[in-house]
Design a protein around this ligand. Structure first.
Ligand code: OSB
Ligand code: MG
Length: 367
């Protein structure tokens, strides 16, 4: 396909509920959307980084600058297949969420031009994906228990709690006491050090499905040490940015489960490689989330149809995040905690252009 135009838009959206992790609270989101146009067909992507480099090194203003001044020129006017795009953008180190916003949009265009669902185009096979939820740090335990009850009642298959020092063992104990049989996991977003191993061992008694990213965002070896001291399986999120990281992490024993975020690894091409390496080693993966709008959420649904996405992901209904999502239809979850994968072409969801326009604070057309 010939890539003719790229449209960059920054929108502002307010989350229905502030989301607190060990690195801070998110409420108003600055979101960068990419629209790639080829032969009159549009595909969409979303930069999933934050306004500040708190989750990884990326931030919205850097993403805007890189797409405009460095990345777009490598695609515009070129005849490319979607599978070639990641390679074209690889000259930039890091900034994988930024690259992914272009790469995934091209995959969406390609699928739409072929009039095929995106999930089928990337080699997925699941017709229905399993959903869990990620619950932020709350002001107190009763509030958390109430939130969990709401999500369990909605049918979600796995509950993940954000933890940090001071909001961990006692909180998980209270949750387990009230919900003895739910599938439960925790995510520390790098809030601990290897010297906390004895403290983290106290989590072993709660039969957690996993502990996600307890140690530094760029570490593998300390995680491998920690894994040897815990019974609970470790899952890596931040530390896995490529298939090479995935292979090294598995080989050194740093994790037994991998959270794949499409943005964090640079798009579909790399996500598929991470997925395949994990599968080869018998390591299950699941789809992580970055509080995406419907655009990113639709892409996450497509990725989650790959066969080794064997555990419920952090992909949940639009209405958990937004008063009104920017896609139609919105993402809905069945009463038994699944999303039925759409059979429409491309991502299967249409962007609500008028609504996006009303939320836009800056736009630029690159051609
Ligand atoms: O570590 O998975 C994470 C949100 C922002 C940054 C990092 C993470 C998260 C989540 C939210 O856990 C998952 C979601 O989109 O619901
Ligand atoms: Mg995480």
């Amino acid at each position: 396909m010939k890539i003719e135009r790229i449209l960059l838009r920054e929108i502002r959206m307010e989350l229905l509920h502030p989301f607190e992790t060990s690195f801070g609270v998110t409420h108003d989101k600055r979101i960068l959307l990419t629209e790639v146009i080829s032969e009159g067909v549009s595909g969409w992507g979303e930069v999933t980084c934050k306004a500040l480099p708190l989750y990884n090194e990326e931030f919205i203003d850097a993403a805007w600058f890189l797409i405009r001044d460095a990345l777009a020129a490598r695609l515009l006017g070129q005849n490319l297949r979607a599978a070639e795009v990641a390679g074209r953008l690889e000259f930039i180190r890091g900034h994988r969420m930024t690259r992914a916003a272009l790469e995934t949009a091209v995959w969406d265009v390609e699928a739409r031009q072929a009039m095929k669902p995106l999930w089928e185009h990337i080699g997925g096979s699941r017709k229905e994906i399993d959903c869990g939820v990620s619950i932020g740090i709350q002001k107190d335990v009763p509030t958390l228990l109430e939130k969990i009850q709401t999500e369990v009642d909605a049918g979600y298959q796995r509950i993940k709690l954000k933890i940090k020092p001071g909001w961990d063992v006692d909180v998980v104990a209270a949750v387990r006491e009230r919900f003895p049989t739910i599938v439960l996991s925790v995510d520390a977003n790098s809030a601990y050090r290897l010297t906390d191993a004895e403290h983290l061992r106290k989590l072993d008694q709660f039969e957690l499905l996993m502990i996600e990213q307890p140690l530094a965002h760029d570490d593998l070896l300390d995680h491998a040490q920690l894994a040897r001291r815990l019974e609970t399986t470790l899952c890596l999120d931040e530390s896995i940015r490529s298939a090479r990281h995935a292979e090294q992490a598995i080989e050194c024993g740093a994790c037994g489960i991998i959270n794949i975020k499409l943005g964090r690894v640079g798009g579909f091409s790399e996500a598929i490689l991470v997925h395949n390496i994990a599968r080869t080693h018998g390591v299950p993966v699941w789809c992580g989330g970055m509080l995406e709008t419907g655009v990113g959420r639709a892409l996450n649904i497509a990725m989650s149809t790959l066969e080794n996405f064997a555990l419920p992901g952090d992909v949940s209904a639009s209405k958990r995040y937004w008063a009104r999502d920017i896609i139609q239809p919105e993402v809905e979850v069945t009463p038994y905690g699944t999303i039925r994968v759409p059979h429409r072409s491309g991502s299967g969801f249409a962007v609500d252009r008028d609504y996006v326009e009303s939320l836009t604070v800056r736009r630029e057309e690159l051609a």
